[in-house]
Design a protein around this ligand. Structure first.
Ligand SMILES: Nc1ncnc2c1ncn2[C@@H]1O[C@H](COP(=O)(O)OP(=O)(O)OP(=O)(O)O)[C@@H](O)[C@H]1O
Ligand SMILES: [Mg+2]
Length: 125
């Protein structure tokens, strides 16, 4: 068994991290079998973090059945932008991604990226 010295480049990550450290930045990918509850978990996680005043980008990347219209009414959203505009661009840049983020009227810390109602992977080809 390899022994890792404490506080060196070889040390393992501390087993227990403060909640603030865990919530600071990063990407959470929700993965699983069809119909296992991925979208539900992703949306609940996003709301939980946004309620805690953490900036959250919820990426809804289902290309066949856009989930954005299922999780909030169009009247709750501040704009109509689409993940399709990002994916169809020749060069994906940070400003392009930011421009296509959809903000929620009542949740200041949440923004979403996803396909719109009626769109699919062929809409932007
Ligand atoms: N913890 C849970 N307990 C019971 N039912 C749940 C739970 N989480 C999700 N569901 C239900 O299971 C169904 C599938 O959930 P969801 O759409 O989140 O799954 P998914 O993995 O995103 O599916 P897909 O593969 O089609 O994208 C929905 O009807 C949802 O309401
Ligand atoms: Mg899903």
């Amino acid at each position: 068994m390899i022994s890792f010295k404490k506080n060196t480049i070889f040390s393992r990550e501390p087993a227990e991290k403060k909640e603030d450290e865990i919530l600071h930045g990063g990407v959470l990918a929700v993965w699983g079998s069809p119909g296992s509850g991925k979208t539900t978990v992703a949306v609940k996680l996003a709301k939980y973090l946004a309620d805690k005043k953490k900036n959250v980008v919820l990426v809804l990347c289902d290309m066949t059945a856009p989930m954005l219209p299922c999780i909030c009414a169009p009247s709750e959203l501040e704009c109509e932008k689409s993940l399709g505009s990002i994916l169809s661009a020749t060069h994906v840049t940070e400003p392009l991604v930011k421009y296509n983020m959809i903000t929620h009227k009542k949740m200041a810390y949440l923004t979403m990226i996803g396909m719109l109602k009626g769109e699919n992977e062929y809409t932007y080809t």
